[in-house]
Ligand binder design. Structure first.
Ligand code: DAH
Length: 344
């Protein structure tokens, strides 16, 4: 009977100290284990006792077993409750904790240049219009006096497989100039418009050539527009974009949709006209094409010939952005390298 008491005391004491499921399993083996369990061994030893004693002690031992089983179950339930509580605490969200700040993106340098340019031109009275990126052969070429052969060689072209049956081939536009005809078909002068967008040419790429690039153009038509108006608007634009002191220079050139036509140079921004590697020591950089709208374009748009005069010019926005931000390679714009883009 004494042995029973000591076993009970010790068993309950150690159970008290058990803190988790694995400790409990260990305890269970120590007490109830089939071979070496302390209680098991005690019960087994009863066999050697005389009948009367065996009965008496056996009853006490059974009571002890029941008691220890009861305590084991209680402890098991307690540990289970503790564990769930701990798990729930781990899952809790502290809503008073400061949030994670998301990085804000910003506009691509080409978009910035386009928006800045559009802003300058709208302040000079031009309205923003749009046209499709996939053009028809008619608007991209034919209506601009580029039907047929040699004039088109100025622009190597991609063609789309699909075409309007019996009529027109589709082309990723090589210039935004076709928007002139699209607009004039629906509107009568006087007007000033600015339009821009991505263009595509079959071009071998290098530091200053891409097969995809952005253009921005202006067209102004009225009764007696002259080259003086063209020069004034161009000069005003470049002064607002690059600052006072920027000069422009017109050189004779050829475009099928203007007559006369010009190449327009501006003072090199890299050296303020003193001469550097960007302008090949000339002090000037060629930035755009311009001219007085060819009467054939007016005719293609449905205007009565000789009634109207207008100027137009078109520039590569990539080139302007390269000048403005001093970017040495046009291919950087569309490589999507975040280290490049983050600088603007
Ligand atoms: N479309 C021409 C080009 O891509 C640029 C140009 C020249 C546009 C003269 C014009 C213009 O509107 O009048 O090279």
């Amino acid at each position: 009977m004494e042995l029973l008491e000591t076993l009970k005391k010790r068993a309950l004491e150690t159970l008290e100290k058990v803190a988790d499921a694995s400790g409990l399993a260990q305890w269970e083996i120590e007490i109830f284990g089939r071979k070496q369990g302390e209680l098991t061994r005690l019960l087994r030893s009863l066999r050697d006792l005389p009948e009367a004693e065996r009965r008496k002690i056996g009853a006490g031992a059974n009571k002890l077993r029941e008691k220890l089983e009861e305590e084991l179950n209680k402890k098991r339930a307690f540990i289970k409750k503790q564990t769930t509580k701990r798990e729930l605490l781990k899952e809790k969200v502290d809503i008073t904790f400061p949030g994670t700040r998301h990085k804000r993106g910003h506009l691509h340098p080409l978009t910035q240049i386009r928006l800045t340019s559009e802003h300058i031109f709208t302040s000079l009275g031009f309205a923003i219009v749009e046209g499709p990126e996939i053009e028809t052969e008619f608007y991209n070429f034919d209506a601009l006096n580029m039907a047929g052969h040699s004039a088109r060689d100025m622009q190597e072209t991609f063609w789309l497989d699909k075409s309007i049956p019996g009529k027109n081939r589709y082309v990723p536009r090589t210039q935004v100039t076709g928007i002139q005809v699209r607009f004039m078909e629906r509107h009568n002068p006087p007007f000033r418009i600015v339009y821009s967008g991505t263009c595509f040419r079959r071009e071998a790429t290098d530091a200053s050539h891409e097969f995809q690039f952005d253009q921005l153009e202006c067209l102004m038509v009225d009764k007696d527009i002259t080259v003086a108006n063209l020069k004034y608007i161009l000069h005003a634009f470049f002064e607002k974009l690059f600052g006072k002191g920027v000069e422009i220079r017109l050189r004779p050139s050829y475009f099928p949709f203007t007559e006369p036509s010009f190449e327009v140079d501006i003072t090199c921004i890299g050296c303020s006209g003193r001469g550097c590697s960007i302008c090949k020591q000339s002090g000037w950089v060629e930035l755009l094409g311009a001219g007085m709208v060819n009467q054939k374009v007016f005719k293609a748009a449905g205007y009565v010939p000789r009634q109207w005069q207008g100027f137009a010019f078109g520039m590569g926005l990539d080139r302007i952005a390269m000048m403005k931000y001093k970017i040495p390679d046009i291919r950087l714009f569309r490589q999507n390298d975040i280290r490049f883009l983050q600088q603007f």
